[in-house]
Design a protein around this ligand. Structure first.
Ligand SMILES: C[S@@+](CC[C@H](N)C(=O)[O-])C[C@H]1O[C@@H](n2cnc3c(N)ncnc32)[C@H](O)[C@@H]1O
Length: 259
């Protein structure tokens, strides 16, 4: 969590679930959002705004996946991007986000209850799809990160296929994540996708990843990566775990199912 963005004591309250499996349960999120006003996973918009800005124009149509109670959409709106649609699986998150944005006068922003694994939008309709820490939910209980459970693979591919489908032919998918490239690339570079895949890191201490995937721009280098299964010569567990704060750390680990 980014403490800078949660100055009030009441907003600092976080409810770490007893096991990471809870993050897969929509009831967990509903219950949590009932009494939590703001929690910013990973980093707030101010930390990666400089990376987003070159890619989103004021007239871009933007879809945010799994908005929760983050202020990402407010940050984009304040930068002049008003054609925003936020979705979340949690009805409570959606209702509270709608209320909050209306109160602030951000009337153009649409907030819908929807599943990112089954996006209720037509093909080729968004310039940008953005998510922050939402894709991570799909990796909870994924098992060996080099060889995720088939159920994890199915869900991640359903999400990515939906994102690719709803993006305009030259649209962008921005993913803000702590998922390292050697674990994300096998998914992003799957042969059915026409996007190029690049990333940059940001943050002090722990490095977060800002992925940018450009639909229709897949290169021969991306093709090669899609066929390569090379593993890096580093441990699979991030050396920076201890630098992740409280709940980000819990979320990042997959060990609670192991005795
Ligand atoms: C880790 S939180 C991230 C929230 C927010 N993006 C942020 O950066 O603070 C994950 C969010 O994804 C939502 N979520 C989980 N599964 C989802 C799904 N299948 N479709 C849409 N939203 C989902 C949860 O309700 C929760 O709001």
């Amino acid at each position: 969590m980014d403490a800078d963005q949660n100055p009030k004591a009441s907003e600092k309250k976080t409810i770490g679930p007893p096991t990471t499996s809870a993050y897969l349960d929509p009831h967990y999120w509903d219950e949590r959002f009932s009494d939590e006003e703001h929690y910013e996973w990973l980093k707030d918009y101010s930390h990666f705004r400089h990376l987003v800005q070159p890619h989103i124009k004021p007239n871009s149509s933007v879809l945010e996946l799994g908005c929760g109670n983050s202020r990402l959409s407010e940050g984009l709106y304040n930068d002049g991007i008003t054609a925003i649609t936020c979705i979340d699986l949690s009805a409570v998150a959606v209702e509270k986000m709608q209320e909050r944005l209306l109160l602030k006068g951000y009337k153009e922003v649409k907030v819908l209850e929807a599943d990112m694994l089954d996006l209720p939008f037509s093909n080729d309709c968004f310039d940008v799809v953005i998510e922050k820490a939402t894709m991570e939910v799909l990796f909870v209980n994924s098992g060996d990160p080099w060889n995720p459970q088939p159920e994890t693979v199915t869900k991640v591919m359903a999400m990515l296929e939906g994102v690719h489908r709803v993006l305009k032919p030259d649209g962008l998918f921005i993913s803000v994540s702590f998922g390292q490239p050697h674990f994300r690339r096998p998914f992003f570079n799957a042969p059915q996708f026409t996007w190029s895949v690049e990333w940059i890191t940001f943050g002090d201490g722990f490095h977060y990843f800002f992925y940018i995937l450009r639909k229709g721009k897949r290169s021969s280098a991306d093709e090669e990566l899609s066929q390569s299964h090379d593993k890096p010569l580093v441990p699979t567990i991030s050396m920076f775990h201890e630098e992740l704060e409280g709940e980000d750390y819990i979320f990042r680990t997959n060990i609670d199912e192991m005795d």
